[in-house]
Ligand binder design. Structure first.
Ligand SMILES: Cc1ncc(COP(=O)(O)O)c(C=O)c1O
Length: 419
């Protein structure tokens, strides 16, 4: 069937950032071949039974009964405050002594990042990001026409030597220091890597030395099922350089669209003014009640079991099915792992074949900063954390049985592709 031409009548009215990507390109493509029967290892979605539906129904009823008009009014009522208390208590448990003035509740982590980007970035400002990193965050930064530079990451997270080399090289060339470093220190999306304590210290030192802020996106930190947690960057920061972003998308449900920012008050004041349009205080009230009623921790414990079982099932399946020459990360939490397939595989090119065999995934190259921010990395690095041979596999959404089927299909596709 012939493809329909794009309707271009209004192209001249779009902003330049939109015009530049009208004919494709742009970060955030999660396009997979349509394959209804394939096991989707593509999306970082929670598994459907993870949602605390009964608890949310009860919390909704309570807030409507108790606070009726306030809950539905601009600004909300008492339960919004309860949510603030609940979030600050969780932060405190992670070693972060934030005050109410340092907390901004947002409509999710992505919204938080957008508010941060609009507070700090002029077009052309430099932002350092991990390479690879979460593509939707790249899209948010790209929307502000930021210049994005990738910094190498390995199993221990962002590489501070590479970070320092990048900063040095920019300084030597007389280029402006980046304003922001965007990092996902815990169970990174897409690799599952966690930044070590020693590396955290170095990154904080470099931020002070080169005068930039660190945006630490902690979407997965509470989902640890093994090993020791290094302290969050914000807990180690005594200079106010870490802007911490959190979300309940992975610990309650993405549909509630609630996240938060913790930042030094001088920064929080300004970020707060840029978070335009208000936030969803109805949902915040429901979550305030959810925290108050003590649902957060038991639900989290149930989810930890669910995700650990799935992570184990995927690791076990990789071990049993994948051909020699494959390797993968073994995250101690989160939603994802990063697989590198044998020499000769191009994961993007192989995707249609994989879909026919019964699995979809996100090819690794899509997570790299590229040419002007719009193409995959020009020369993907074919090592353990590299692009072309790699893929992000999500273990969060499918059942253990489906994960096994999906990895078996990935193995068949790899073998067929290499033939
Ligand atoms: C690192 C990271 N940050 C943010 C998000 C999105 O968070 P939210 O749903 O709160 O916008 C995700 C979800 O996939 C993520 O992986």
């Amino acid at each position: 069937m012939a493809e329909q031409a794009r309707d271009d009548r209004f192209d001249h009215l779009f902003a330049s950032t939109v015009r530049e990507r009208l004919d494709g390109g742009g970060y955030g493509s999660s396009a997979s071949p349509a394959a209804e029967d394939a096991v989707p290892l593509t999306y970082g979605f929670p598994y459907p039974e993870s949602f605390p539906t009964a608890e949310l129904v009860a919390a909704t009823e309570t807030v409507l009964e108790e606070e009726g008009a306030d809950v539905l009014q601009y600004g909300g009522g008492e339960y919004v405050e309860r949510l603030h208390d609940g979030l600050l208590a969780r932060e405190h448990d992670r070693g972060i002594d934030a005050t109410r003035d340092e907390l901004i509740v947002t409509n999710g982590a992505t919204y938080a990042l957008d508010a941060i980007a609009s507070t700090f970035l002029d077009p052309g400002d430099e932002v350092l990001v991990e390479s690879p990193t979460f593509v939707w965050s790249l899209a948010v930064l790209d929307n502000r026409s930021a210049e994005l530079t990738g910094v190498t990451l390995d199993e221990d997270g962002l590489d501070p030597d590479a970070l320092e080399a990048t900063l040095d090289a920019r300084e030597a060339a007389g280029e402006a220091t980046p304003k922001l470093l965007y990092t996902i220190p815990e169970f990174q999306n897409p690799t599952g890597a966690t930044l070590t304590r020693e590396r955290r210290e170095r990154v904080l030192e470099l931020a002070a030395e080169y005068d930039f802020l660190i945006v630490a996106d902690d979407a997965y930190g509470e989902l640890r099922f093994g090993g020791e947690s290094p302290p969050p960057l914000a807990a180690m920061d005594d200079a106010g350089r870490v802007i911490r972003v959190g979300t309940v998308s992975k610990t309650i449900a993405p549909g509630v669209r609630t996240g938060w920012i913790v930042a030094d008050e001088a920064l929080a004041d300004q970020i707060g003014t840029m978070a335009a349009g208000g936030t969803n205080t109805f949902t915040q009230s429901v979550l305030g009640r959810y925290f108050d009623a003590g649902h957060y921790q038991p639900t989290l414990e149930r989810l930890l079991e669910g995700y650990e079982t799935r992570r184990d099932a995927m690791l076990d399946a990789l071990e049993r099915h994948l051909p020699p020459g494959s390797s993968w990360t073994e995250p101690e939490g989160g939603f994802f792992l990063w697989v590198t397939l044998p020499e000769g595989v191009d994961a993007e090119d192989m995707l249609p074949l994989a879909a026919e065999e019964g699995v979809t995934y996100l090819p690794g190259e899509r997570f790299f900063v590229g040419d002007g921010g719009r193409q995959p990395a020009a020369e993907p690095v074919d090592d353990r954390t590299g692009g072309k041979r790699s893929a992000r596999l999500s273990f969060s959404h499918c059942t253990p049985e489906e994960l096994d089927d999906g990895i078996a299909a990935l193995a068949r596709a790899t073998e067929a592709y290499l033939e």
